[in-house]
Design a protein around this ligand. Structure first.
Ligand SMILES: Nc1nc2c(ncn2[C@@H]2O[C@H](COP(=O)(O)OP(=O)(O)OP(=O)(O)O)[C@@H](O)[C@H]2O)c(=O)[nH]1
Length: 398
């Protein structure tokens, strides 16, 4: 089947314009600084560059000025892709990696305007380096995870890089003469098809990266309490299951602190629900700020917070609980007409868990200890440790 190179090249603006339009539709009304605009701009530059190459291919003696413009646009499009990835990951992007290749493509094309071999070889090596930089940037791991979108983008950029590398090596090695670039030689057809596939794959990869990140954010949000910003009960229970499993393996204790704001109804009734909400958020942050990095705290319900302290024995849990109680007691919430102050009652429960220890059962014991603290006068800590909790209903004051 005879294949016309110009026709294949025509596919670039067609595909690029379609993808740029698709990106516009995807991002319409959700203008975020996630690099989509920069990636779309890069795709649009490819859509403009290729018609210039086509006209140059069709002109019998060639139109070098179009090659200068086309090469510069192509280099700018890969720089835009690099900027898009840096934006996406919130990383700084060195101007050396973005502006230098564009300047080199423009200057090199002008300098070699009448010498197609060095011009094509220089362009090829520049674009190969740019494709490599894009692939390298997207593969840089921040979290040790290589999501599918990143992989797809890296494969696409890698294909583009290899395509241009073979073009330069072909000219240097003499198997890919410039005259052949306009013919339907299988190397040309294959390399254009590879370039097109690389463009489609990398753009799909970029869109998929955004989708994967949005999914991860939604999952994260589903585990956070929107009012206080700390994990919700679902996240707490999942974390407790994990903590217990690890503690069973390591034969280490786990302590739970159930903390309930005292007379919170009075806060709502006196200052209003908006003030009540603000107090909840302030207490959550105050409690969180009083814990170590390996501890975990979340909102268990209404005005109740639960802290998980892995590797903490009963005495240690008592110390942490007292520290938290005192922190909240010192907390002042500026409000009109007067500052709001609250206290918390804390129930602590510690045990070295075994296979049969249930997460909910442990929470229930901590809850019982907390109610004991309420009964004993509030703003205090009560401990109900494993040996005691096994004797039904027993409580022990800290
Ligand atoms: N503002 C606000 N109030 C809440 C929220 N969740 C629960 N509450 C209120 O918290 C109050 C809890 O009241 P109670 O269970 O009677 O307990 P309390 O007044 O704290 O008294 P003790 O626990 O016995 O010290 C109720 O008035 C709930 O409406 C919330 O998200 N925002």
């Amino acid at each position: 089947m005879p294949i016309d190179v110009s026709t294949i090249m025509l596919m670039f603006p067609v595909v690029s314009l379609s993808m740029a339009a698709a990106m516009l539709v995807v991002s319409w009304g959700r203008w975020r600084d996630d690099g989509l605009a920069q990636w779309g701009a890069g795709v649009m530059m490819i859509a403009v560059a290729f018609p210039l190459f086509i006209v140059n291919t069709l002109a019998s003696s060639g139109l070098p000025a179009l090659m200068v413009a086309g090469n510069t646009l192509l280099a700018a499009s890969y720089s835009a892709s690099l900027v898009a990835i840096c934006r996406f990951f919130g990383r700084p992007c060195s101007p050396w990696k973005t502006l230098l290749p564009v300047a080199a493509a423009a200057v090199g094309s002008v300098v070699y305007i009448d010498r197609p071999e060095p011009r094509v070889a220089l362009g090829g090596i520049l674009f190969a380096i740019q494709g490599f930089l894009v692939a390298r940037e997207v593969l840089r791991r921040d979290n040790g995870v290589l999501e599918r979108g990143r992989l797809l983008l890296a494969i696409g950029a890698g294909m583009v890089s290899l395509l241009y590398l073979q073009r330069t090596l072909g000219i240097v090695g003499g198997w890919n003469e410039v005259a052949q670039l306009k013919t339907a030689h299988f190397i040309q057809v294959g390399s254009h098809a590879m370039g097109l596939a690389g463009l489609v794959l990398s753009t799909m990869g970029f869109i998929l990266m955004g989708r994967e990140r949005a999914d991860a954010e939604h999952q994260q949000q589903a585990l956070l309490d929107p009012l206080t910003g700390v994990p919700n009960r679902r996240a707490l229970m999942a974390e407790l299951e994990r903590t217990l499993a690890q503690a069973v393996r390591e034969r280490r204790p786990v302590a739970l602190l159930m903390m309930d704001i005292d007379r919170f109804k009075r806060v709502n009734d006196t200052y209003g629900h908006v003030a009540g909400d603000a107090v909840l958020a302030a207490v959550a942050q105050c409690l969180k700020g009083g814990l170590r990095g390996q501890d975990f705290i979340g909102r268990y319900g209404g005005e109740e917070f639960l802290a998980l302290l892995p590797g903490t024995d009963a005495a240690g849990a008592g110390v942490v609980a007292e520290h938290l109680r005192a922190r909240v007691e010192r907390l002042t919430m500026p409000w009109e007409p007067e500052d709001i102050r609250v206290t918390v009652s804390i129930g602590a429960h510690t045990r070295v868990p075994d296979e049969g220890t249930g997460a909910q059962a442990m929470v229930d014991v901590a809850d019982q200890a907390m109610y004991a603290a309420k009964r004993a006068g509030r703003n205090r800590v009560e401990r109900l440790d494993a040996a005691l909790s096994e004797c039904a209903g027993a409580t022990a004051a800290s």
